[in-house]
Write a protein that binds this ligand. Structure first.
Ligand SMILES: [Zn+2]
Ligand SMILES: [Zn+2]
Length: 350
């Protein structure tokens, strides 16, 4: 059997690195020699819990969805790419037929096949096949690591679009993990005038300052009311937009109280099913609360931000592992020790 080393999740806390056969591209697909795959919190969560909400692992599944590769074979009918092209892989391929797909909101398609969401395989492997129209050719000066970073950056692009970030916006970002930082980089590129980011972890706040965040505030041992006041004082006004990336109900409460009248709170972090929040306070001040789910039509924008130099996402990568050492990489991602932000796995040999 030809070698296709793959990181396969068999069950809770059972990740194995083993060989599978090299897949052949179907019609409209390309075979990719995988280059770089970033580890996402969701990959770690499936590994440690075997499920996220209603998505439950019932059979072995490849992990990984923040990926780039080099085209190694063309399936029937593929004309947009050629062998040797370096591409970023948009991991969700929708049905292309339903109302949501046809109106451009394909992230809401109920038939979407998204990498490393059970039962769909991810792409943490040497070789992987993907729909050619969900692969984006990288210009020569954009690295394949940056290509992999287009995935979390697309989450930032979608969140900022849903929030209406524009030139002159004042923005609060709750949570300084990889997604919070991607929202920050995107909001800045979209022209936000002032951005404040909050977290419980001082090391994360320090990291945020190192990549250019002016206002990084600790939320530890403070009430939401105290935070709202401190954020207003820091920014010189209440934020018009808050982007909640922590997934913590306290973070959502902070956002709702801090956001100015007529503003908007966008939810990116996965909250528990039911949470207690100051809903009436938000309602009578006409603060909109908006959900987000992944992204749609964001990869070209994320790529443009990188290719033009408007965003430098490379500093987000703090650690690198080889595919063979994926288990070590996941152990590292579980604890996020040594100031880990984005851990990248190199899938290509040599
Ligand atoms: Zn992810
Ligand atoms: Zn659809």
């Amino acid at each position: 059997m030809e070698e296709n080393l793959s990181a396969i999740l068999y069950g809770k806390n059972d990740l194995r690195i083993e060989n599978r056969s090299i897949p052949e591209p179907g019609p409209g697909e390309v075979q990719l020699q995988m280059q770089d795959v970033g580890i996402c919190g969701s990959d770690v969560h499936y590994w440690t819990n075997g499920r996220i909400g209603n998505f439950i692992l019932t059979s072995p599944m490849l992990l990984g969805h923040e990926a780039s590769g080099v085209v190694s074979k063309l399936g029937q009918g593929v004309t947009n790419l050629k062998i040797g092209d370096r591409v970023a892989v948009e991991p969700g391929v929708p049905c292309r037929m339903c109302k949501f797909c046809k109106t451009g909101r394909y992230n809401l398609c109920t038939e979407i096949r998204f990498c490393a969401t059970p039962p769909i395989d991810g792409n943490l492997a040497r070789y992987y096949c993907h729909a050619a129209d969900f692969c984006y050719k990288l210009p020569d000066h954009v690295s394949t690591e940056e290509g992999a970073l287009l995935e979390p950056l697309s989450v930032g692009v979608h969140a900022c679009r849903r929030a209406g970030v524009t030139i002159d916006s004042t923005v609060l970002i709750s949570g300084a993990g990889p997604i919070g930082l991607c929202c920050y980089l995107t909001a800045k590129a979209m022209g936000a005038k002032q951005i404040c980011i909050t977290d419980v972890d001082d090391n994360r706040l320090k990291f945020a300052k190192n990549i250019g965040v002016h206002h990084a505030l600790s939320v530890r041992s403070k009430t939401s009311e105290e935070m709202a006041t401190q954020i207003e004082t820091t920014l010189g006004q209440r934020p018009e937009i808050s982007i909640e990336c922590s997934g913590n109900p306290a973070g959502l409460k902070n956002c709702m109280l801090a956001t100015g009248n007529g503003g908007c709170v966008v939810m990116v972090g996965m909250q528990p099913d039911e949470v207690t929040v100051p809903l009436l306070n938000a309602a009578v001040r006409e603060v909109d609360i908006r959900g987000t789910f992944r992204y749609a039509n964001c990869y070209p924008t994320a790529l443009s931000m990188i290719a033009t130099g408007q965003v430098d996402a490379k500093p987000l990568i703090t650690h690198r592992y080889k595919l063979e050492d994926s288990l070590k990489a996941f152990e590292h991602a579980k604890t996020m020790r040594d100031g880990a932000v984005k851990i990248m796995i190199r899938c290509a040999q040599g």
